[in-house]
Design a binder for this molecule. Structure first.
Ligand code: ARG
Length: 578
């Protein structure tokens, strides 16, 4: 609807350009808003106010010109000029009704496949080997996976890239420690506690000189491609990814082993890139290291910032890898968009890598590199999220706690459920609540992890939406009517219908901005409108005219479809009963 009005207005602007009343090079950016007060119609635009100066006329006069230039449309009942020069559009209720009915029967709920499919690489999750997934990995995993689903739903080709931290000098120590454990007969399951494994390895490294020397020799051998060290390294990667995979599966995250494209993948490219940057004069030798000085970034001393490409000992860094990785994604996948779901603290790092990749021509202008950054997860006290004793919270334990909290919340409810159904409800609600709590906040800010608010059946939470869905579905279990053409008979129906028709626009926005919270807010508001509709517009009450019942059942069907599809795009499942 909104896009339709935007199109009509763009037509007017083109006409003004042709007629010479508006300078041809002036492309206005204007808004078409959903009005709050329905007295002002369904949509309003500020276009006249944006054009008036350039057209040298008062805004109301420009508004009149726009209205006169609009083509006749059976979708619009009435257009009015209001206040200083707003133009209000009243949609034709019959058209709204027909559109919503069509939507209720469309498995894609009115969301078309994109006309311009792109290849999009999405870099997300990206945990580190031999480390427990940390809080910033959870955020990246959950938000990234939702955006992946949305892009795929729109018909884009998506490449999931799990940029696992699987390389670095710590691997000498980790290999040496794994070797020691294997010699002592411990099976690899002893590594199930990755934090403890890493810590013990580090303690030994700091205390035992012989061990430390062996560790250092292993780094050199690993980098030289030594078979034994490589196989030990592979074991470490595999053990970590097996544990991480359990978490992905439990959370319903679509990442699989085949999506792992760790830092090590880019190793073979690094010497070549260093040489190339040097040949082109982008990188220079500075105190033995190879450095790119970026004029556009000044360090504290006011001098251009130096980004190290190769250390004086010959080693490469995280940034060098990200330069290679951006190049690879362009050359190998022909990506036109590359999205990085990474913690906001790595913003400078990314910008440096990208600036160099662009200067070297590895990433052409028409490929967009986007940092979908996010803030931290904080505890209720506003401090970084930690256990009571100050340690890192293990994700698996967090998910266990979510399930046990949901189990006690549901105690006494839904008694008609079988044991198996109950388990399914507990799992879906618990995982949904944890994910939704993260997804529903604007990702650019920090967010407070709070059990009580995320598990509440009221407010903008997953349990609320899952419950709303079961209520809609129960309408169908109780009815003997069948859905049919929609007829708008009251304001609640109209508001619900107009909101339903916005689904498409919201999904497209999530894809564009990488912001799933827009979809959460939309689903929450939609459910609210559904509840008011349901209270004032009975569906199954006896005495309701058959045609009205059918119409309302279609509104219910469209709402159920949007809530279910919307939640699945967030990676959250719905239930028939709870
Ligand atoms: N492994 C990194 C970390 O734990 C995140 C990697 C993000 N992706 C990238 N291309 N740098 O912080």
């Amino acid at each position: 609807m909104r896009q339709y009005i935007q199109q009509l207005l763009n037509g007017c602007i083109e006409g003004f350009h042709r007629d010479g009343v508006l300078p041809a090079d002036f492309v206005p950016s204007f808004t078409v808003e959903n009005t709050k007060d329905k007295k002002n119609g369904d949509f309003a635009t500020n276009l006249a106010m944006i054009l008036c100066r350039r057209m040298g006329r008062p805004p109301r006069a420009v508004a009149e010109m726009i209205v006169a230039a609009l083509p006749a449309s059976d979708r619009i009942a009435k257009v009015e000029i209001a206040g200083p020069g707003f133009i209000n559009f009243f949609m034709n209720a019959d058209h709204v009704a027909a559109a919503v009915y069509a939507m209720s029967q469309d498995p894609r709920l009115g969301v078309p496949l994109t006309a311009a499919p792109e290849t999009v690489v999405v870099d997300y999750s990206s945990p580190n080997v031999a480390k427990e997934m940390a809080v910033h990995h959870i955020r990246s995993t959950v938000i990234g996976d939702s955006v992946v689903r949305v892009l795929e739903f729109l018909g884009h080709q998506v490449i999931r890239a799990n940029h696992v931290g699987d390389w670095g000098t710590q691997f000498g120590m980790l290999i040496a420690y794994l070797e020691k454990m294997e010699n002592e007969g411990a099976d690899s399951l002893a590594v199930a506690d990755l934090e403890a494994f890493y810590r013990s390895a580090k303690v030994l490294y700091d205390e035992d000189q012989e061990f430390a020397a062996r560790a250092r020799s292993y780094v050199v051998r690993l980098q030289g491609g030594d078979e034994y060290c490589r196989s030990m390294w592979k074991k470490l990667v595999q053990m970590t990814m097996d544990l991480d995979q359990q978490i992905y599966d439990r959370l319903g995250v679509s990442l699989k082993m085949e999506h792992v494209m760790g830092e090590s993948l880019y190793n073979p490219m690094l010497p070549e890139i260093a040489g190339d940057l040097e040949r082109r004069g982008l990188a220079v030798t500075d105190q033995g290291a190879l450095v790119v000085f970026l004029e556009e970034f000044k360090g504290k001393d006011g001098n251009p910032m130096g980004v190290i490409i190769r250390k004086s000992d010959g080693g490469y860094l995280y940034t060098t890898t990200d330069i290679a990785c951006a190049k690879y994604r362009v050359e190998h996948f022909h990506a036109s968009r590359i999205l990085y779901f990474i913690d906001s603290r790595q913003h400078d790092h990314l910008i440096q890598a990208w600036t160099i990749a662009r200067k070297a021509g590895y990433v052409p202008e028409n490929v967009s590199l986007e940092h979908e950054s996010f803030g931290m997860m904080l505890g209720k006290d506003g401090r970084p999220f930690k256990t009571r004793s100050g340690g890192t919270v293990k994700l698996s334990e967090l998910l266990d706690e979510a399930e046990s909290r949901v189990a006690s919340l549901l105690e006494g409810r839904g008694s008609e459920l079988t044991g198996e159904e109950r388990q399914e409800v507990i799992h879906a609600v618990a995982m949904g609540a944890v994910k939704y709590a993260d997804l529903s906040k604007n990702r650019t800010t920090d967010y407070i992890f709070d059990w009580d608010s995320m598990l509440s059946f009221e407010g903008n939470t997953a349990p609320y939406l899952q419950y709303a869905y079961t209520r809609i579905r129960s309408v169908f279990r109780k009815t003997d009517g069948t859905p049919g053409p929609v007829k708008i008979t009251c304001p609640q129906e109209e508001q619900l219908a107009l909101k339903l028709l916005r689904f498409c626009e919201v999904v497209e926005q999530v894809a564009q901005k990488g912001m799933p919270h827009l979809l959460c807010t939309y689903l929450y508001e939609l459910s609210g409108l559904f509840m008011s509709f349901y209270e004032s517009c009975p569906v199954n009450r006896s005495g309701i005219e058959e045609k009205i019942r059918s119409s309302r059942l279609s509104l219910c069907a469209a709402t159920a479809g949007v809530v279910k599809t919307g939640l699945s795009l967030l990676g959250i499942s719905v239930l028939e009963k709870m």
